[in-house]
Design a protein around this ligand. Structure first.
Ligand SMILES: Cc1cc2nc3c(=O)[nH]c(=O)nc-3n(C[C@H](O)[C@H](O)[C@H](O)COP(=O)(O)OP(=O)(O)OC[C@H]3O[C@@H](n4cnc5c(N)ncnc54)[C@H](O)[C@@H]3O)c2cc1C
Length: 424
């Protein structure tokens, strides 16, 4: 039999991502003896790649009721957590510790240094400041419970020198193992399995905020092209199901970029039933008639040019051959002989580029996981499990996620802070 580790902790936190670090630091700040367990060699591996390495930590939306709306039907669950530790508090948290924040386009908040590493450094400093014991290279294999209480957790491998056995006991436990997205960072979904074993229900897990594969070939020719201020509409059976305005990126398999990622969860759900079409409007600010007038004035300007040389004012260079091909107009036709029908057809194409969804990319490419431990089984005031007395949840493992733009790290800060505070 394995010998039990002699030291009993007040709080054991499993998972050293943003939620687990915040939870452990807060519990330590309140005087608890805290252990933070992380299976990777170092903490915050996923945090380091957030916001393309710049760490979009939250949003400049300081009315938390407004912020809540972006988390969909489940948003209300966060009301208390955001009121205790919302965007203002997390900005203050970092600035008080010397990392100034800045607001960028779309209310996204980043560190002024543009470095997620600096965010991680502040968090590890917070852990040290509050004497949290950290064990990296320590994968938790199992959680053992008797009736409604966890009695111990079991590590996969023996503990490092100076400790004995594989078992760890604490008065309270916080599961902050993240979701299944980007598993290479350590988030492989083990927390969901433990939660189910402990009696919790886990809502269906799907990759979310994930790029989309497209059946047609033409979008692939545009690989690398990023378009701002476009509108993407989701159709099923000819009916509009959703839409987003903003930035889109063409890739070698189809589409990515903020508006595509934000629509992907909904598209995934719809696709489980029937085929989904996407309509891209390149000029959402103009009606078809206004756009036709605009093309007409460009055609007057380039009256004597070939069609292929007449669209430079309206479209990025890379898009021109694709649009020309879709229009069916000969690129070597002189602009002054293009018919009214051909010109109107062109305006229609600008506003109705149709694509067919093939599939979503998988968890390997997803930013977050949709699904997770059901909210009705967690006390939103404390993050405590309603089924297991000495268990708390924090971060992506709970059945809640928001769009891109800082919403998901905010869930980690708010739920982690609350879990740490209440586990003491
Ligand atoms: C590429 C990318 C960019 C992103 N950019 C942003 C952004 O700019 N802004 C934003 O708001 N959100 C962003 N996100 C989402 C955000 O990173 C996640 O929502 C967040 O990291 C979730 O935090 P967490 O602490 O719940 O889980 P994680 O960050 O996944 O951390 C969980 C930790 O638990 C550890 N662990 C798992 N199982 C075990 C085990 N059995 N034993 C011990 N340890 C274990 C893992 O190794 C991991 O370190 C991004 C995500 C990705 C993939």
């Amino acid at each position: 039999m394995e010998k039990e580790n002699s030291k009993i902790f007040d709080v054991a936190v499993i998972g050293g991502g943003p939620a687990g670090m915040m939870a452990a630091g807060r519990a330590g700040e309140l005087g608890a003896k805290v252990l933070l367990l992380e299976k990777n060699k170092f903490l915050g591996r996923k945090l380091l790649i957030t916001g393309k390495g710049r760490g979009n930590i939250t949003r400049a939306e300081f009315d938390y009721r407004e912020l809540l709306k972006k988390y969909g039907r489940e948003g209300d669950f966060l009301l208390h957590a955001l009121s205790i530790f919302g965007p203002k508090e997390i900005v203050d948290f970092f600035e008080k510790r010397g990392l100034r924040m800045k607001v960028e386009r779309g209310k996204r908040i980043f560190p002024e240094t543009d470095s997620a590493k600096d965010v991680l450094d502040i968090l590890t400093g917070y852990l040290a400041e509050n004497k949290v014991e950290i064990m990296t290279n320590s994968e938790v294999k199992e959680i053992i419970a008797n009736q409604n209480r966890i009695s111990k957790i079991v590590l996969k491998n023996a503990m490092p020198a100076g400790r004995q056995g594989k078992d760890i006991s604490a008065k309270n436990y916080i599961i902050a193992t993240g979701g299944k997205a980007f598993p290479g960072t350590g988030s492989t979904g083990s927390g969901y399995l433990w939660a189910e074993k402990l009696g919790h229900t886990v809502a269906k897990l799907r990759p979310a905020l994930v790029p989309i594969k497209i059946k047609e070939d033409w979008p692939k020719k545009l690989q690398g092209l990023s378009l701002k201020n476009v509108e993407l509409t989701v159709l099923q059976n000819g009916k509009k199901r959703d839409s987003r305005f903003g930035e889109l990126l063409f890739t070698h398999f189809g589409l990515s970029g903020p508006i595509v990622l934000d629509l992907s969860g909904h598209i995934g759900e719809l696709q489980e039933k029937e085929e989904v079409k996407l309509i891209l409007d390149l000029k959402p600010a103009l009606s078809e008639q206004d756009l036709d007038k605009r093309i007409q004035s460009d055609f007057i300007k380039y009256n004597n040019k070939f069609f292929k040389n007449s669209l430079n004012d309206l479209l990025p260079q890379k898009l021109i051959p694709v649009i020309m091909e879709l229009s069916g107009i000969d690129p070597l036709k002189k602009v002054n002989v293009i018919t009214k029908e051909e010109r109107r057809g062109l305006a229609k194409i600008f506003k109705n580029l149709e694509m067919t969804v093939s599939s979503l990319l998988g968890f390997e490419s997803a930013i977050v996981t949709s699904g997770g431990v059901l909210l009705r089984e967690i006390d939103s005031k404390t993050m405590q499990s309603k089924l297991i007395e000495n268990l708390f949840f924090a971060g992506e493992i709970i059945n809640l996620h928001g769009p891109t733009g800082g919403y998901n790290l905010q869930v980690c800060w708010s739920s982690g802070y609350l879990a740490g505070q209440n586990a003491v």
